[in-house]
Ligand binder design. Structure first.
Ligand code: BTN
Length: 310
């Protein structure tokens, strides 16, 4: 994170080089170097004699970690910005051993090999959508794995509640977000475990924000609202919601109840695929370990993985 940029962002007005250098305990030459780097990264910085520096324009279609920090200064994770990467989940997996044991948020403007569940491709548009992964170290038993994906999907749900006719927004088990039967967000959670302990967790989130959907069953926030949305605001809102849950400020029972209340297809006749089999029955319940219960004509079945086809 560039602390000089963050300082300028927070001030929102002209700041003298002297003030920056004194407050951040760095030399005037260092301040100048930071400004030079910001300009190289596409920022337009105004510098006026006697007044100092001011950010005039942000680089278009580019995520800026400092803007996320300036929206939510107590973010309990470090942010790594990548201009381009194969997949933020794969980057997290490759680098987790070399990172310290803090939480990390890996964000990118361009994913070239985005992955979804069941090895599907996750498509996103450069500079338009949100693709990120959170690295967490819950050090808890594996059986709680679903708790975190439930928290993540509810955090996205809370973030997107501003949408018009938000009763159309639903969580599709286990953790996709749909708006009127069209997919808006997908989550891919992966874990690194040791014995029965969930050592680290990588929660990858893809949200269609300002792109035009190419798939028939997908939709973006832009297509719903007709507006260009600020990806920084969405991200900081997601982080606030997620950490509110993850830090234990909201009781698990309440999180689970809200998640369940907004589940798609609960109580309906569904088609559900597990491995090669498709089952038709009534989706009657889901328990707090994430297991779903489907009642067919002949039996009541429980599943921990698989996918709804409707
Ligand atoms: C799904 O719907 O099957 C899950 C999609 C998850 C996509 C996100 S985008 C960020 C992170 N990196 C990936 O390669 N995948 C996840």
């Amino acid at each position: 994170m560039d602390k000089v940029l963050l300082y300028l962002l927070k001030k929102k007005d002209f700041v003298s080089g002297e003030e920056i250098s004194e407050n951040l305990s760095i030399s005037r030459t260092a301040v100048w170097k930071h400004m030079k780097m910001a300009k190289e990264n596409g920022f337009e910085i105004e510098s006026v004699a006697g007044k100092g520096y001011r950010i005039k324009k942000f680089p278009p279609d580019r995520l800026i970690s400092e803007l996320i920090y300036s929206e939510f200064s107590d973010i309990p994770c470090e942010i790594i910005y990548l201009k381009e990467v194969d997949s933020t989940n794969d980057y997290a997996k490759r680098n987790i051993a070399n990172l310290n044991d803090r939480d990390y948020l890996i964000i990118t403007d361009k994913q070239t090999k985005g992955r979804g569940r069941f090895d599907r491709v996750w498509e996103s548009s450069e500079g338009k959508d949100l693709t990120f992964s959170l690295i967490l170290h819950p050090a808890i038993e594996i059986k709680y794995f679903y708790n975190f994906t439930i928290m993540a999907s509810l955090a996205v749900y809370e973030t997107l509640k501003f949408l018009p006719e938000n009763e159309k927004l639903k969580i599709k088990w286990p953790n996709d977000l749909y708006y009127e039967n069209k997919k808006l967000c997908g989550i891919l959670s992966e874990m690194i475990s040791e014995e029965a302990i969930l050592k680290s967790l990588i929660i990858g989130v893809g949200i269609n924000v300002n792109s035009i959907s190419r798939l028939q069953n997908a939709i973006s926030l832009h297509e719903i609202t007709g507006k260009e949305l600020d990806r920084h605001l969405l991200l900081s809102s997601f982080l606030k919601n997620f950490y509110h849950f993850y830090s234990g400020k909201k009781e698990w029972e309440k999180i689970f109840a809200e998640w369940k209340k907004n589940l798609k297809n609960l109580g309906e006749i569904v088609k559900f695929r597990v491995h090669e089999n498709t089952i038709t029955g009534k989706f009657i319940d889901v328990s707090s370990d994430g297991t779903i219960v489907i009642e067919t004509d002949s039996e009541t079945l429980s599943f921990y993985s698989g996918e709804f086809l409707s």
